[in-house]
Ligand binder design. Structure first.
Ligand SMILES: Nc1ncnc2c1ncn2[C@@H]1O[C@H](COP(=O)(O)OP(=O)(O)OP(=O)(O)O)[C@@H](O)[C@H]1O
Ligand SMILES: [Mg+2]
Length: 247
């Protein structure tokens, strides 16, 4: 059995106007890729924000390597090795690609360590070397995504949290992006991601979780979730309840 890296128990969270997450329980296995899917507004981004400390749960616990992340500051969570790439593009457009990547190491003091890590991410992401001196804003959406990945690896995180990394990418770039997630995982990072592109994402994930209306409705291997008859209903716009009552 793989070890658990993150465990959610009874997590309730929202933004002041009622709960968005209504008692979430699940586990993220160490060394795997775990993919959360679900309809718009089901609370996927909110769930990821509770991991990185941007949203503080009202109730419940999130355990990561012996720490309860609930109540910890985003900075302290980052220091523990949890790095999130947000849903919207987050590079500083007027800064160069290299400057953006270096910013990822802002918690690292040792210049030699920074240089070593920069060399590693240049190798993993050729674009970081090829476009080093170009302004980040001059890159395509897909290229910016890869630079964001490179930036997050500068902290050598234990857990990489990705919110809809495929958003806005064309089919060819999408393939590169998914292959890159696999590569980061094979390089030792545990990955927790949210994807609207459910089919492709679940295929490449070890574990799948379906979130509906702030609750976990299904868990299993990526392939199990993909082939679950109820999941189709979710993506055709229906709910699981409707699927159960459908003829
Ligand atoms: N900053 C916020 N303040 C208030 N309400 C918010 C905030 N962010 C999200 N919400 C609300 O919380 C609910 C869940 O939003 P969330 O972004 O977590 O869903 P999601 O599953 O990520 O959706 P999508 O697939 O559209 O990204 C929605 O009703 C949304 O309007
Ligand atoms: Mg979202």
């Amino acid at each position: 059995m793989p070890e658990t890296l993150v465990s959610f128990s009874g997590v309730f969270a929202g933004y002041g106007g009622g709960d968005v997450l209504k008692g979430v329980d699940f586990e993220v296995h160490q060394g795997g890729v775990t993919c959360i899917v679900g309809p718009n507004g089901s609370g996927k981004s909110t769930l990821l924000k509770t991991v990185s400390g941007l949203v503080r749960p009202r109730l419940g616990e999130i355990h990561f390597k012996g720490h309860n992340l609930v109540g910890m500051s985003p900075r302290d969570i980052l220091k523990l090795g949890v790095v999130q790439v947000p849903q919207n593009h987050s590079l500083f457009r007027e800064m160069t690609v290299e400057q953006n990547v270096e910013l990822g190491a802002f918690l690292v003091r040792d210049k030699r360590v920074i240089a070593e890590r920069l060399a590693t991410v240049r190798e993993m992401f050729p674009i970081v070397a090829e476009r080093a001196q170009d302004k980040a804003g001059s890159l395509s959406g897909g290229q910016q995504r890869l630079v964001e990945f490179a930036r997050c690896l500068m902290l050598e995180p234990e857990l990489v949290v990705l919110d809809e990394p495929s958003m806005g990418l064309d089919p060819k770039t999408l393939k590169v992006m998914f292959a890159t997630i696999r590569m980061m995982n094979e390089a030792g990072r545990t990955v927790l991601l949210v994807e609207q592109n459910a089919r492709q994402a679940l295929k490449m994930s070890h574990h799948g979780i379906v979130l509906e209306n702030g609750r976990v409705r299904l868990t299993g291997t990526g392939v199990e979730v993909l082939h679950n008859p109820e999941i189709g209903a979710l993506y055709l716009g229906g709910s699981l309840e409707e699927a159960k009552h459908a003829p």
